[in-house]
Design a protein around this ligand. Sequence first.
Ligand SMILES: O=P(O)(O)OC[C@H]1O[C@H](OP(=O)(O)OP(=O)(O)O)[C@H](O)[C@@H]1O
Ligand code: HPA
Length: 183
Amino acid sequence: MKLTATQYDAVAARAECLVTAAEMDAALDSMAAALTAQLADKDPLVLCVMTGAVIAAGLLLPRLNFQLRVDYLHASRYQGATRGGELAWRHRPSAAIRGEHILILDDILDEGITLAQVIRACHEDGAASVLSAVLVEKQRPHQCQADVVGVVVADRYLYGYGLDYKNYFRNAPGIFAVADADI
Ligand SMILES: O=P(O)(O)OC[C@H]1O[C@H](OP(=O)(O)OP(=O)(O)O)[C@H](O)[C@@H]1O
Ligand code: HPA
């Protein structure tokens, strides 16, 4: 469903900025350093978890100054809602994964259900190794951990840097918490 301009502006006005763009830049630099240390000699295949990882990929990949290849997978369990359901696979590049050192790149580790299932799928598909990186980790229990994390934030519903609210705000230049009234 589309938001009207009035609804969109009201959501933005009520939201709280938790992480600024400058802070995200610093976090991206740290992530790039950690990933370079672990992957620079591995010729990894980077798998972007669409759609949310699109901003992470655009900002992180140019910071990785070594040999790598990029592909994507599409698995989703929120689909515009603020609560997750069953993971739905829309694109699983099984044949491309066999024998590769995989880096899974996503915007957020929330319950960890998506990342746990994506990691399991990569092992099932014969990956040589699997590392994971997320821009944002929520302060809450997860089904799995990410190897590299940008920022850790409160357990609230977030948007920005790839994270959506009702399919909007993925392009917001910061990490914002949606007001309780909008959830
Ligand atoms: O840790 P979890 O609780 O499993 O949530 C994390 C996942 O949820 C979001 O994807 P979503 O299903 O919203 O799809 P999207 O990337 O298309 O927004 C996000 O991009 C992660 O992939
Ligand atoms: O807080 C969130 N915001 C947007 N998408 C998400 N997917 C998991 N958690 C979130």
